[in-house]
Ligand binder design. Structure first.
Ligand code: RTP
Length: 155
């Protein structure tokens, strides 16, 4: 079955500094790859303070905002674009609840984290935010539109 262009969504997934420091990058990427989504962008990146503030601007008035900005800029993050039908909601399910203690076993946060302030990974919360966040974190030439080739890769 071929998905129509309207059904295909983009989401911005980011492995936060704790995920990089703890060596969880491969395991997290594998979850999205094995689920069947398509990687469209990938980079290891030291996020400047201004970008972290822009990304989290909706949380500006929260008491934890300064700590959140310190956390996100404390070391490199892994920025990813993922594409697929239903990828936004599906990625949020794979990631699990914001507070890792409420996240189901089997989810990334449920299996790998304990603190809300160290919850390993970010995922866009709507298709519109997915497009917006990918444009915020990537330059256009860092993204690849590619089609799966029907080749017998292993034989
Ligand atoms: P994310 O944007 O990282 O995917 O997280 P989310 O939608 O599940 O959660 P959101 O409410 O948008 O919060 C963004 C991030 O802020 C940190 N946070 N700390 N009480 C706290 O200390 C607190 N609350 C939120 C978390 O890193 C959360 O993922």
């Amino acid at each position: 079955l071929v998905a129509s262009m309207e059904e295909v969504e983009q989401t911005y997934i980011m492995i936060k500094p704790d995920g990089v420091q703890r060596g969880l990058v491969g395991e997290i990427i594998s979850k999205f790859e094995r689920k069947g989504f398509k990687l469209t962008g990938l980079k290891l990146f030291q996020c400047p303070k201004e970008l972290a503030e822009e990304h989290y601007k909706d949380l500006q008035s929260k008491p934890f905002f300064p700590k959140l900005i310190d956390y996100i800029t404390s070391g490199p993050v892994v920025c990813m674009g993922w594409e697929g039908v239903g990828v936004v909601a599906s990625a949020r399910k794979l990631i699990g609840a914001t507070n890792p203690l409420n996240a189901e076993p089997g989810t990334i946060r449920g299996d790998l984290a304990v603190q809300t302030g160290r919850n390993v990974v970010h995922g866009s919360d709507s298709p519109d935010n997915g497009k917006h966040e990918i444009a915020l974190w990537f330059k256009e030439d860092e993204l690849c539109a590619w089609a799966a080739v029907q080749e017998p890769w292993l034989m």
